[in-house]
Design a binder for this molecule. Sequence first.
Ligand code: CP3
Length: 346
Amino acid sequence: MLKNLINETLVSKKPDIPIWFLRQAGRHIPEYFEIRRKETNFINFCLNEDLIIKSTKLPLKYYDLDAAIIFSDILMIPWAMDRNVKFTKSFGPSLKPMIPNETKILQNVSINTKLKPLKNSIRFLRKDLPKSIGLIGFAGAPWTLASYMIEGRGSKDFIETRKALWSSNKWFKELIETLVIYIVDKLEMQAKAGADILMLFDSWSHMIPSCFFNDYAIKPTAKIVDILRSRKINVPIIGFPFKAGASIIKYSYESKVDCISLDWSVDLRWAIKNINKNIAIQGNLDPVSLIPLNSDSLREKVLNILDVMIEKRFIFNVGHGLTPDCKINNVKEVINIVRGYNRKNS
Ligand code: CP3
């Protein structure tokens, strides 16, 4: 099982390589739109237990997977902080932008109360799903959440966020520290409700100037892990420093995560050589490889990844979320390749 694989101490024999996909629930499965139609407001969708449960289970109906990721969004923390989060079709998320030096960074938000439907859904799902399926809870990392909160939307280069960082470092630090608290609360709540694994998405970590990477990606992550451990939350934690380049070396040693999720730009042989050997690795297949109807290199590339990773604690996954135009048959094909490889090598 995924959890055991990450927790080395629990592995008695060489485990099979498990498989799941980032953004496995969502728009590449046509049936998602039928569920989605029941609630057009995406925030309300993420607060509706019945719809959370249906969406989380949806990919398991189509695919033989080792994990389900709870259906929610990283922007539910800014929503809980009253940042007026909205999702607009073909625009994406929008929020009330934070102004640097804004004195009132919301304190005393009860994540437990505001995100109760998330907690209840995890409770239900952990009882409902087979034990062999890992249930993954998640949160956005502080830098990534701060980026959306300052920018007020997605961005190509997050200039406003970097401006805030350079012009008002003290304020920026305070914002990050506040987010650390809410992220811990959200992750703790999910683990206590039954999530077996937690994942921290730092989707915009590649926007952090390298001289600040330690302060705004590594240290806050380590702090989140430390606080969770001090609260007796012992489930494995996966970190995802998306496209952070060579900074992932230090991240792998110092962020205290148990597993690192790698994007498609990372050479796996380089990763094995350079990153912390005591943590598990996940990811790396380019999700775009799952779009073409007839890819002549998909099988070969999947097998390459498996061959490189066979002796490692490795979770097969994509290097970023599945796209809406990804093909169900390609996802099935990749799963078959991984299952066949496991059978051959067991
Ligand atoms: O299978 C799953 O992963 C589902 C759960 C999930 C969602 N968002 C659902 C979602 C997870 C783990 C996320 C994480 C998330 N959300 C991230 C980190 C991962 C990454 O992609 O880097 C980020 C940056 C977000 C913020 C976000 N949410 C954006 C930018 C958007 C709009 C762009 C888009 O892809 O539509 C969302 C909306 C969103 N979150 C959708 C889903 C299924 C699409 C909503 C819809 O229209 O139905």
